[in-house]
Structure formats: structure tokens, C-alpha cells
Design a protein around this ligand. Structure first.
Ligand code: DC
Length: 230
């Protein structure tokens, strides 16, 4: 077998844990902790949609211009490092976390051209010893063959309160009613879109974290992975 195909086979065989769910469900925290525990790579796919939105805002591209957004997503010059995310060499780790960019991400994500453009970039994260992939369509579209699929959810009220606490940690006072309205709007848009909507994969385990601590959620995912890997 040629060396290049051996590498391709090894990468293709790397296990994937797909963690999907709505905004502020805690999936990002759980995914990072699981990746850390297993020594796996981590894909924060939402960051890619946020980067497209940030780039579009800077370039003056409207969120409904599907073809220009698709081009922009194809050409996106990004890198993910241990200290954060850069866009065209600039550190945008904080800039992509704002609510305006989050809303923009949800808007650009409805366009098939954007989703297509990001597909290979996401799949390229799959490498030995394994990948934890966090998003909306990891288990349904990007890695449908993933051996472990989890759909993490929580009530909109619990998620709005978590978002409020995250802001409070950064010294920002946020109105929980406004956060709740944003979360509901984002849920509606992410779930209703025609392409790769936010739905659990048929073979996903549903994990409701409304009354669950992060440690318990991490343990659930690790146990599920261990069962599948056994
Ligand atoms: O996970 P997040 O909040 O960073 O995601 C921001 C937006 O990006 C989300 O509202 C919808 C979109 N998204 C998506 O459509 N598909 C993904 N796999 C991840 C995010």
C-alpha cells in the first residue's frame, strides 16, 4: 500500500465523538473536557461559522448574499492554535464570541454554499488518536459514521442563565430576558433551516443537562464512548 493511502486509512479510522446541540447547551465545555480526557483533537465547528460571519461583517458582505459568503468561506484564512483562533493572522479569539457574531453565524449557516465550503475543513480535523467534534450537524452530516453521537440539550431558560453567568465572569452584566429571546431566535433558525438543521441523529444519545453538572455530562460521554469502543 502506498504511504499516502496508509495515512488516509489511518486518519479515516480515527474514532469520532460527535456532540451536537443548541446554543449554550454546554456542549462546547463538555466537548473540550472529553477531548482533554482522551487526548483527542477538538473541532469547534461553530467557530468556523462565526469566523465567516466576522469576515463578512468586516468585508461588508450581507448575510443574505449566499454566493459571496460561499466564496468567503472557501477562502477563509484561519488557524486554530493552543492559545486561540486567528483570522488572516489576527487573534480573533474574543471577537468571535460576541452575540452579534453569534447571530451572524446562525444567519450565514443557512446557506448551502457556506456549509459546503466548510465541509472538508471540518473533516480534516479527523486524525489519530481521535476527534471530538462539537456543533449542530456533526452526527448527521459531517461525520454520519461517528461511532459515538451525543445530542446535548437543556431548557432555553437554563441556557440563557448559563450565558448570563458566562458574561458575568467576564464582568459584563447581561439581561437574561434578552439572552433568552436571542437563544429562542437562534434555536428557531438553526432548527428550521432546510440544509443540515439542528436535529439529533437517529442513533444519538440525548443528554438533557438542565439539572446536570458538567462533570456528570462529561462522564456520560466518556462512558458512552467506552461502551462503543469496547
Ligand atoms: O456553536 P456556536 O454557538 O458557536 O454556533 C454558532 C452558529 O453557527 C449556530 O447558531 C449555527 C451555526 N452552526 C451550524 O450551523 N453548524 C454547526 N455545526 C455549528 C454551528
Amino acid at each position: 500500500m502506498a504511504a499516502s493511502s496508509a495515512i488516509a486509512t489511518a486518519a479515516g479510522a480515527a474514532p469520532v465523538i460527535a456532540i451536537d446541540g443548541p446554543a449554550a447547551s454546554g456542549k462546547g465545555t463538555v466537548a473540550a473536557r472529553v477531548a482533554d480526557a482522551l487526548g483527542f483533537h477538538l473541532l469547534d465547528s461553530g467557530a468556523l461559522y462565526r469566523l465567516v460571519a466576522l469576515k463578512a461583517l468586516g468585508a461588508g458582505v450581507p448575510f443574505d448574499d449566499a454566493s459571496r459568503l460561499g466564496e468567503l468561506a472557501t477562502a477563509l484564512d484561519v488557524s486554530f492554535g493552543p492559545t486561540g483562533v486567528t483570522l488572516e493572522g489576527n487573534d480573533v479569539t474574543q471577537a468571535i464570541r460576541g452575540e452579534a457574531v453569534a447571530e451572524g453565524a446562525s444567519r450565514v449557516a443557512v446557506h448551502p454554499a457556506v456549509r459546503r465550503a466548510l465541509l472538508d475543513r471540518q473533516r480534516a480535523f479527523r486524525a489519530p488518536p481521535g476527534l471530538v467534534a462539537d456543533g449542530r450537524d456533526m452526527g448527521t452530516v459531517v461525520f454520519p459514521e461517528a461511532g459515538t453521537k451525543i445530542f446535548i440539550t437543556a431548557t432555553p431558560e437554563a441556557r440563557a442563565e448559563r450565558r448570563r453567568l458566562q458574561y458575568a465572569e467576564r464582568g459584563v452584566v447581561a439581561d437574561v430576558a434578552a439572552l433568552l429571546a436571542e437563544i429562542r431566535a437562534r434555536d428557531a433558525r438553526d432548527s428550521a433551516r432546510a440544509v443540515a438543521p439542528l436535529v439529533p441523529a437517529r442513533d444519538a444519545a440525548i443528554l438533557d443537562t438542565t439539572d446536570l453538572k458538567v462533570d456528570a455530562a462529561v462522564d456520560f460521554v466518556l462512558q458512552r464512548y467506552a461502551q462503543r469502543a469496547a
